[in-house]
Design a protein around this ligand. Structure first.
Ligand code: PA5
Length: 418
């Protein structure tokens, strides 16, 4: 298996060497603190991907059972509780596996109604409610609606066989599982939602969708092995982006020419946004889906305010190939593409864009994924979680809390009479 590779050559020329030296020192210290088992053990459980032990095999057996018998699997969760699984499933779901339907991530009545309508056409439905503390409104309220729906369709006892809850031991969700005979999976306490991909939170729904979980874990573990010492790419990336931030590059855009990575980008935006945007500072993370967005934000990237840095996710060998068939005499003026594969065309568009943005004053990082498979996903999940934790600590904030999210919740709960 080939490893992902990070290229900095189009970012470093923008960095001020004095600031970079200072930031590198801070990033190294942050990395040392992260590795210190005496510090913050209560929030660093994610640094060790799920072990392949008894709980793992039970989880995989349940996923297997559902994959074989379900038409639809509803993933009920929001934020860190659904983003990672959705990212991989949207990119790699295997044919012949249950349709994965997403709920618990909106308060829109029409959206929930659409989910219920979709379910009406299905024969065998399972739901997986993922909630760390089981207080979040979206998954909690959708669980109520979906539970009642399943009970009407399958009876209370029948529904119990179709409900899987993922929560922390000791939470109300665990009690509910015990009281009602639902399957319960562990959301480890020392793992925050947005860092939970390599726990049952992310792995169980992916397994239902036929994702190769051992390969994904292998990718993550390989990345863990690569990130050793005090000069690895996650430290370099964190130090550079913090340097550029101090030079007023305060927006980072994750860009890809593979639409399969669109939901991965949402995961990435959440990881960095919720981890770093605090104490009135932080790089603002956003994402674009090229080539489509070259025709919208592409203009801004090339020519707007020069406060942007861009991180490209490039796929070396995408799956699939379509060759442009010649059509002599038709006169559509696209004959210069005759016999070219879209793989080649897309690659040319990507190379041209990176070059143009770099020359236009945008520091560009490039992460090369040899293939878009589970191994690469495991690597990029682990890489960015470590990089994000280092970057946040380098900036002097706590990358593991999310007090800002709690503020709106307090006022909303008041309005709803909680
Ligand atoms: O990363 C986080 O901690 C958050 O995004 C949470 O995952 C999100 O708010 C959902 O929380 P919960 O699983 O407790 O419903």
């Amino acid at each position: 298996m080939q490893d992902i590779k990070l290229e900095f050559s189009m970012a470093t020329p923008f960095a001020d060497s004095k600031i970079l030296e200072e930031m590198t020192g801070k990033a190294v210290k942050a990395w040392q603190d992260l590795q210190d088992p005496q510090q913050e053990a209560d929030v660093k459980g994610w640094m060790q991907p799920m072990a392949q032990d008894g709980a793992y095999y039970d989880m995989m057996a349940k996923a297997d059972e559902i994959r074989k018998s379900a038409d639809a699997f509803v993933l009920v969760g929001v934020g860190g509780s659904n983003q990672a699984a959705r990212a991989v499933i949207k990119a790699l779901q295997r044919p012949g596996t249950p349709e994965i339907i997403y709920a618990g991530n909106t308060l829109s009545a029409p959206a929930l109604q659409k989910v219920l309508r979709q379910l009406n056409d299905k024969r065998s439905i399972y739901i997986n409610v993922i909630a760390k503390n089981f207080e979040t409104l979206e998954p909690g309220s959708h669980f109520r609606v979906l539970r009642k729906y399943l009970e009407r369709r399958y009876t209370k006892e029948g529904a119990a066989q179709r409900i899987i809850l993922t929560g922390t031991y000791g939470s109300r969700l665990e009690e509910i599982a015990k009281e009602n005979g639902y399957t319960f999976l562990e959301f480890p306490v020392p793992v925050g939602g947005r860092y939970s991909v390599l726990t049952p939170v992310g792995l169980f729904p992916m397994a239902v969708a036929g994702i190769d979980i051992p390969l994904l874990l292998q990718g993550a573990l390989r990345m863990k092995e690569l990130l050793q010492g005090d000069d690895h790419p996650a430290i370099q990336y964190a130090a550079l982006r913090q340097t550029l931030y101090r030079q007023k590059f305060d927006i980072e855009v994750l860009a890809s020419f593979e639409p399969q990575l669109e939901y991965y980008a949402k995961w990435w935006v959440q990881l960095f946004g919720e981890s770093e945007g605090k104490e009135k500072q932080g790089v603002f993370p956003t994402a674009v889906n090229y080539s489509e967005d070259l025709h919208s934000l592409g203009q801004y990237m090339q020519d707007g305010r020069r406060n942007l840095m861009e991180t490209f996710l490039s796929v070396g060998e995408p799956d699939g190939s379509v060759v442009v068939e010649p059509d002599p005499g038709f006169g559509d003026r696209f004959d210069y593409l005759d016999n070219m594969d879209f793989l080649e065309i897309n690659r040319a568009a990507e190379a041209a864009t990176i070059r143009a943005h770099f020359e236009g004053g945008v520091p560009c990082f490039r992460l090369l994924l040899p293939r878009l498979d589970e191994f690469s996903f495991g690597q990029i999940f682990y890489f960015f979680m470590i990089a994000c934790a280092i970057s946040g600590k380098t900036a002097g904030i706590n990358p593991f809390d999310q007090e800002g999210v709690e503020a709106y919740k307090r006022s909303m709960f008041r309005m709803l009479g909680k």
